[in-house]
Design a protein around this ligand. Structure first.
Ligand code: GLN
Length: 473
C-alpha cells in the first residue's frame, strides 16, 4: 500500500503493508539475515507487527554477529555475541535490519561529525527545496560544497529514515541525540520515558540518562515501534515492572481540554527568529482549536547545561574506565609497562572528545571536588526535575518548545566550534528532559525560508508517552 505521507501505518488489526516500497523483496531478504542458510520456505503467517519492515540501528546497540563500533577505534572489529533487548524485540516482530548507522564517537556530540567513519551528510542538502534556494544565491557554485550536518549524535539513523531507506531507526538519547537530528532531518524523534524501554545492550554513555530513541517519518509509526519496545526487561533493573500495553493513536484528537505550557525560559536570545515564529504559530494553532495555552516557568533552566555537563562527564569517566586494553576494546602494541599500555591504548582508541570528557569527569570526581561538583550537580538536577513536576502539577498536560536553535547548518560552519561549545548550544532545549527522565518528542513543523526542516518539541509527564504522542500527532 502506498500512503500519501510515506509512513508505514501498520496497525495491530490490519495486515502489514510495505508502504511506499513498490518492489517485491529479494528472496535473501525475505529469508532473514543468514545468507548461507538459503531462503526459508514461504511462510503463511506473519512474524509480528513489523514483519518485513526495514529498520536501521545506531551503531551503539549490540547486534549479535554484527560489528558494533560506537564509531570508535576502541571498538573497531568488536562483534557482540548477543543482541540488545530492543534489537531482539524488533527482530522478533519480523523487522529487517538494513544496517548499523553512523554517530558521533560513543554518542558524544550534536552533529554526527565526530566519529571514525567521518561526518554524516544531511539528505536535505540535496533536496529540491534547499538546492533551488541555494542556487539563486550562489550562482551554481560546486554542487556538493557546503552540505549540511544532520545533527547528532544519532545522525545516521535520522538520515536513514529521512532518505526513505527504512521506516524506523533506533537512536539513543542521553541529552537530545534522537530529537536533535530528527529536527534537522525532518523526521519524528521520540525519547521515551526513562525506564520504559530497556537499555540492555545499549553501550552506555550516561546510565542515569540514556534511553533508546525511535526515529520514524510519522508519529503513528513511532507509537507502533514504542509498543514493540516498551516494557520490563529482567536484564535492565531500571525498567518498569508494570505491564505496558501497545497502543494505537486516535486519528482525530479533541484538544479543547488540553493545557499546553510554553516555558518562558526557552525563549533565549540565540533562538533564530524563524524558529521562534514557528513555535508561536504552533501555539496559536492549539489555541485556535480550543486548547488552553499558557506561559509557564521552569526557573532552574539556566543551570541545566552546566549541570548536564558535570553529570555527563562524570558518568563518562566511570563508564569508559572499562576500555583499558585488558578487559575490553582495542589494545596497543606498547608493552614497556602496564601504565604505558593503558595510556597508549586509550590515546589510540578514543578521539579528543571522548578523552576530554574522561578528563573533565575525573576532575569532578576527585576527592577534593566531589562534593562541590558531582554532589552539587545532583542536587541541581533534582531542582530541574522538580521544575517539571511543579508545572505538570499545576495542570499543564504537555510543554511545547523548540527542539533546536535553528535549522541544520553547513558542515564547514558547524566545525568552526569545538564539540563542547557546540553541545552546550545545541543541547539547550533537550538535555533537561533527560535529567528529569521525562518523555519528549520532536516533530517536523515546517520548512524554513531556506527550504530546511524545523522541528518542535513536546515534553510530557513521566510515563504519559501515549498522551504525548497523541498530542504530537
Ligand atoms: N550533545 C549531547 C552530548 O554530547 C547529546 C548526547 C546524546 O544524547 N547521546 O552529550
Amino acid at each position: 500500500m502506498t500512503t500519501k505521507d510515506g509512513c508505514a501505518h501498520v496497525s495491530r488489526q490490519q495486515p502489514l503493508t510495505f508502504g511506499f516500497f513498490p518492489v517485491t523483496w529479494p528472496l535473501w531478504w525475505q529469508a532473514g539475515y543468514d545468507d548461507h542458510a538459503g531462503p526459508d520456505p514461504p511462510r503463511s503467517h506473519s512474524l509480528g507487527d513489523l514483519d518485513g519492515i526495514p529498520i536501521a540501528v545506531k551503531d551503539n546497540f549490540s547486534t549479535s554477529g554484527i560489528e558494533t563500533t560506537c564509531a570508535s577505534n576502541m571498538l573497531k572489529g568488536y562483534v557482540p555475541p548477543y543482541n540488545a533487548t530492543v534489537v531482539q524485540k524488533l527482530l522478533d516482530q519480523g523487522a529487517l535490519l538494513m544496517g548499523k548507522t553512523n554517530l558521533d564517537e560513543f554518542a558524544m556530540g550534536s552533529g554526527s561529525t565526530d566519529g571514525i567513519f567521518g561526518p554524516v551528510k544531511n539528505p536535505w542538502s540535496y533536496s529540491k527545496q534547499y538546492r533551488g534556494k541555494k542556487q539563486q544565491k550562489t550562482h551554481g557554485e560546486d554542487e556538493d560544497s557546503n552540505w549540511l550536518i544532520t545533527g547528532g549524535s544519532s545522525g545516521g539513523s535520522a538520515a536513514a529514515v529521512s532518505a526513505f531507506t527504512c521506516f524506523a531507526a533506533l537512536g539513543s538519547d542521553t541529552g537530545g541525540s534522537t530529537r536533535n537530528p530528527a529536527a534537522h532531518c525532518g523526521v519524528v524523534g521520540l525519547k521515551p520515558s526513562y525506564g520504559l524501554v530497556s537499555r540492555h545492550g545499549l553501550i552506555p554513555l550516561v546510565n542515569s540518562m540514556d534511553v533508546p530513541g525511535i526515529l520514524t517519518r510519522c508519529v503513528d509509526d513511532a507509537a507502533i515501534v514504542l509498543g514493540v519496545l516498551a516494557g520490563h526487561d529482567p536484564k535492565d533493573s531500571t525498567t518498569v515492572q508494570d505491564p505496558v500495553k501497545p497502543f494505537m493513536l486516535p486519528s482525530l484528537t479533541d484538544v479543547s481540554k488540553l493545557c499546553v505550557g510554553i516555558p518562558k525560559e526557552y525563549l533565549t536570545p540565540e533562538l533564530s527568529s524563524e524558529v521562534q515564529s514557528l513555535w508561536s504559530k504552533a501555539a496559536d494553532l492549539f489555541e485556535s482549536e480550543g486548547a488552553k495555552v499558557i506561559e509557564v516557568s521552569l526557573p532552574h533552566t539556566s543551570y541545566s547545561i552546566v549541570c548536564y555537563h558535570v553529570l555527563c562527564t562524570s558518568e563518562v569517566a566511570s563508564n569508559m574506565a572499562r576500555f583499558d586494553g585488558l578487559e575490553y576494546g582495542h589494545r596497543c602494541d606498547v608493552d614497556v609497562s602496564t601504565e604505558a599500555m593503558y595510556a597508549a591504548t586509550r590515546r589510540e582508541g578514543f578521539n579528543d572528545v571522548v578523552r576530554g570528557r574522561i578528563l573533565s569527569g575525573n576532575f569532578f570526581l576527585l576527592k577534593e571536588n566531589y562534593e562541590n561538583y558531582f554532589v552539587k550537580a545532583q542536587k541541581v538536577r533534582r531542582l530541574i526535575a522538580n521544575d517539571f513536576v511543579n508545572v505538570f502539577k499545576s495542570g499543564v498536560d504537555v510543554l511545547l518548545t523548540p527542539t533546536t536553535l535553528s535549522e541544520a547548518v553547513p558542515y564547514l560552519e558547524f566545525i568552526k566550534e569545538d564539540n563542547r561549545t557546540r553541545s552546550a548550544q545545541d543541547d539547550i532545549f533537550t538535555q533537561a528532559v533527560n535529567m528529569a527522565g521525562l518523555p519528549a518528542v520532536s516533530i517536523p513543523m515546517a520548512l524554513s525560508s531556506q527550504g530546511l526542516p524545523v522541528g518542535l518539541q513536546f515534553i510530557g509527564r513521566a510515563f504519559c508517552d501515549q498522551q504525548l504522542l497523541t498530542v504530537a500527532k
